[in-house]
Design a protein around this ligand. Structure first.
Ligand SMILES: Cc1cc2nc3c(=O)[nH]c(=O)nc-3n(C[C@H](O)[C@H](O)[C@H](O)COP(=O)(O)OP(=O)(O)OC[C@H]3O[C@@H](n4cnc5c(N)ncnc54)[C@H](O)[C@@H]3O)c2cc1C
Length: 468
């Protein structure tokens, strides 16, 4: 008899990654009004990488990071650990700015994977990084058609090293039941999210950046970040709050906080790994509309994620990372469908987090030169690497604006200073997202029993309506 999520499954507590590592020692909150040259709101990858690169570039800069809970409390301490070269909105940027501009963005993302691996090594951050690439698989004729089209598009964006696999070569890497094809890119690595974010916070602090934790910013306005403990005044205030942005004054309809949930198995025995393969420790994804993502962890578990309840009314975010029992069941069902040998494997932990989705599903990095306000995010679930590119771009934009630098190849990328309209007010926002994911689930079900290699029209309709 299989054991779904039982009393043994921890639910919430931020994430398995932090449960494994232990929550970090708290840093002091802000102790009254203060000033800085740059104030960064949010201690996730975006905020911390930005502090890192700015301080490296201009060591005398006084940089203060304000974090509402602790560094890594958000998606950066909860994600699937896919460090990879995907960036939300590339195709839309190609339509707006041309293929060449979007190809430069893609090249920058390809390079970013290596950049994170390099800096982590230089800074002595041991984040269980394994540079094994990304394998995405197809399990139905429609998924296979999408996989081939995706593969060709990536090659057209310059990924000459990408490989297309049939069923046998896919299985030689990872034996996913029913997989009929796969595409693999070297531009990806597996990592332990909490180890990266806590290591990064320590590295940033060692450089001389001030980090205040347990310090929620209630309002951001030009040259001010307001908190219950005092206000930090700075010529540049950079908002790095991604999925939590809607909670800030005046920003409720900016980026929709979308939930993603994960489960992690108990450590899997070597005999079971023999039937699965996965020796290359690629990150693993699929081509379903309600897609899954997974990694083989350093301690031989599988961490697997996907969409749970996608969105909560009124852009509410969570407190402790708890997810719904039905979501745990759904993710476990995917795990066992992919790897039937794991039917009796226990689930140790389940959790969820929020990511930021702009109305046009395009990631952005912006510095408003008239106010000194900057922000980066809207990564739509592809933020582990993108946050690093955003941070280096914010560094260049601040340096350019303050007269310490000029335009750089990064400041010329098409996602810089991109503007997007707001989301609809409630209840339209809630109804829209629920409808979209119901449509994707229906489309996946219909494609699973269809012999045609075409995407179900319900999914095409959902893409169009949602602005994807
Ligand atoms: C479950 C899950 C799985 C994911 N898997 C992947 C993956 O495998 N690969 C990938 O590329 N991407 C993945 N993502 C997305 C990725 O994790 C995020 O895009 C990325 O971590 C965003 O980093 P960030 O620093 O911009 O935001 P966050 O990590 O969310 O950090 C924002 C920080 O700001 C703080 N904050 C918020 N509001 C305030 C305030 N008012 N005052 C002070 N501080 C504030 C928060 O506490 C938080 O620490 C996943 C996301 C989730 C939720």
């Amino acid at each position: 008899m299989t054991q779904p999520h039982t009393a043994r499954t921890v639910n919430g507590s931020v994430s398995h990654w932090f449960a494994q590592e232990g929550l970090p020692e708290p840093r002091e909150p802000l102790a009254g009004d203060a000033s800085a040259d740059v104030c960064i709101v949010g201690g996730g990858y975006t905020g911390l990488w930005t502090a890192y690169y700015l301080k490296k570039a201009v060591p005398f800069l006084r940089i203060t990071v304000l974090e509402q809970k602790f560094c890594g409390y958000g998606a950066s301490g909860r994600n699937g650990g896919w460090l990879y070269n995907g960036i939300a909105g590339r195709d839309r940027y190609a339509k707006k700015h041309g293929h060449e501009a979007a190809a430069r963005l893609q090249q920058a993302m390809n390079d970013t994977v290596g950049e994170v691996v390099r800096v982590a090594a230089d800074e002595g951050i041991d984040a269980d990084i394994h540079h094994g690439g990304v394998l995405e698989v197809a399990c139905t004729p429609a998924q296979l058609a999408r996989l081939k089209a995706f593969h060709e598009a990536e090659v057209a964006y310059g990924e000459k090293e990408r490989l297309l696999f049939g069923a046998r070569d896919t299985a030689a890497r990872i034996r996913v039941a029913g997989a009929v094809g796969g595409t693999w890119t070297p531009h990806g690595a597996r990592l332990h999210p909490a180890k990266l974010v806590t290591g990064l916070a320590a590295a940033v602090e060692a450089l001389g950046v001030t980090i205040h934790e347990s310090t929620p910013v209630t309002e951001i306005k030009p040259k001010h970040a307001v908190t219950p403990y005092g206000t930090v005044r700075a010529p540049y205030v950079l908002r790095c709050t991604e999925g939590f942005t809607a909670a800030l004054k005046g920003l409720r309809r900016e980026w929709l906080p979308m939930n993603s949930s994960m489960i992690v198995t108990e450590p899997i025995a070597p005999e079971l790994w023999e039937s699965i393969g996965w020796e290359g420790r690629e990150t693993l994804g699929d081509m379903a509309h309600a897609y899954m993502y997974a990694q083989r962890t350093a301690d031989d578990r599988i961490a697997l994620g996907g969409r749970g309840v996608p969105y909560r009314f009124g852009s509410r975010t969570d407190n402790d990372g708890r997810t719904q029992a039905a979501t745990i069941d759904a993710l476990r069902e995917i795990l066992v469908r992919f790897f039937p040998a794991l039917a009796r494997t226990g689930i140790d932990h389940a959790w969820s987090g929020v990511l930021g989705v702009p109305r046009d599903w395009c990631a952005t990095v912006t510095l408003d030169r008239s106010t000194g306000l900057g922000w980066a995010g809207g990564y739509v679930g592809s933020g582990v690497a993108t946050a690093n590119l955003a941070a280096r771009t914010l560094r260049d934009l601040v340096q350019q604006d303050s007269g310490q630098g000029t335009a750089t190849p990064l400041t010329e990328l098409p996602w810089v200073n991109h503007k997007v309209r707001k989301w609809e007010p409630e209840p339209l926002r809630w109804l829209g997202v629920q409808g979209m994911y119901a449509a994707y689930r229906t489309a996946d079900r219909r494609e699973a029993t269809s012999a045609t290699g075409t995407t179900d029209p319900i999914a095409t309709w959902a893409d169009r309506v949602s602005g994807r």
